[in-house]
Write a protein that binds this ligand. Structure first.
Ligand SMILES: *Cc1c(COP(=O)(O)O)cnc(C)c1O
Length: 224
């Protein structure tokens, strides 16, 4: 994995240090996260709040690990997600942003203390009905809403193109996310895009965070 990222960065004339690898561990047990942590990985991505809640309890000794929520976040899970994740990649409505902010405010000790959570806006660039994300035209308002939330710190944008075997199919989606970031005053911000099969293309198009599961850990078991 390291050599794939390094080669792609070199080809795109970018610094390897500007690209963060998030190891996606959904559907793998806590022991897999621990093993990866011991090998030096620090950033882990998970899709399900409840699944990770159980694993998180087993990982309290992995000091310095950072957990990224990359699944669809329902408002009623916002409180728990804010507790156990360090970065939330999938804020897609002002309502969810305000809910997260309110939960963080309620949890702040002493009351009103300033703690902030890193978030990204998930953008939906395809018309697949099953996919979540803010429409491109709603990004500006959502940026405003997040900036109005003192407990949220906006890192940038995230997207997930339609699945295809051919990584080149993802390129226009990645390029579009980069353009949308620039148009919304987020030109220097994070771009969370690229997975096992298309991370090279994502890096060529400016990804600063790649989210990689299968290429690190092998195929996931299908849900029972
Ligand atoms: C599962 C998942 C990934 C990782 O996908 P792989 O193809 O296994 O690398 C990345 N991002 C999101 C949002 C995911 O749900």
């Amino acid at each position: 994995m390291e050599s794939r990222i390094a080669r792609a960065a070199a080809r795109a004339q970018r610094n390897r240090s500007d690209i963060q690898l998030v190891a996606v561990t959904k559907k793998f047990p806590a022991a897999v996260i621990r093993e990866a942590f011991e090998l030096g990985l620090r950033d882990f991505g998970e899709n399900y709040v409840q699944e990770f809640e159980e694993k998180h309890a087993e990982l309290s000794d992995c000091i310095g690990a950072r957990y990224h929520f990359i699944g669809h976040l329902q408002s009623n899970k916002a409180k728990k997600a804010a507790e156990i994740f360090d970065v939330i990649h999938t804020v897609d409505s002002a309502k969810l942003a305000r809910r997260l902010n309110a939960e963080l405010d309620a949890a702040a000790e002493p009351a009103g203390a300033h703690s902030s959570k890193d978030v990204l806006i998930e953008v939906k660039l395809s018309d697949e009905p099953a996919k979540a994300g803010a429409a491109p035209g709603d990004i500006a308002a959502l940026v405003e809403a997040i900036r109005g939330c003192p407990h949220l710190r906006l890192l940038g944008l995230m997207t997930m193109p339609p699945w295809s075997d051919d990584a080149e199919t993802s390129r226009p989606y990645f390029a579009r996310l980069r353009e949308l970031a620039a148009q919304n005053g987020l030109g220097q911000s994070s771009l969370s895009m690229g997975m096992s099969h298309d991370l090279e293309v994502a890096i060529e198009e400016g990804a600063t965070i790649v989210r990689v599961g299968t290429a690190l850990f092998g195929p996931r078991r299908k849900a029972a």
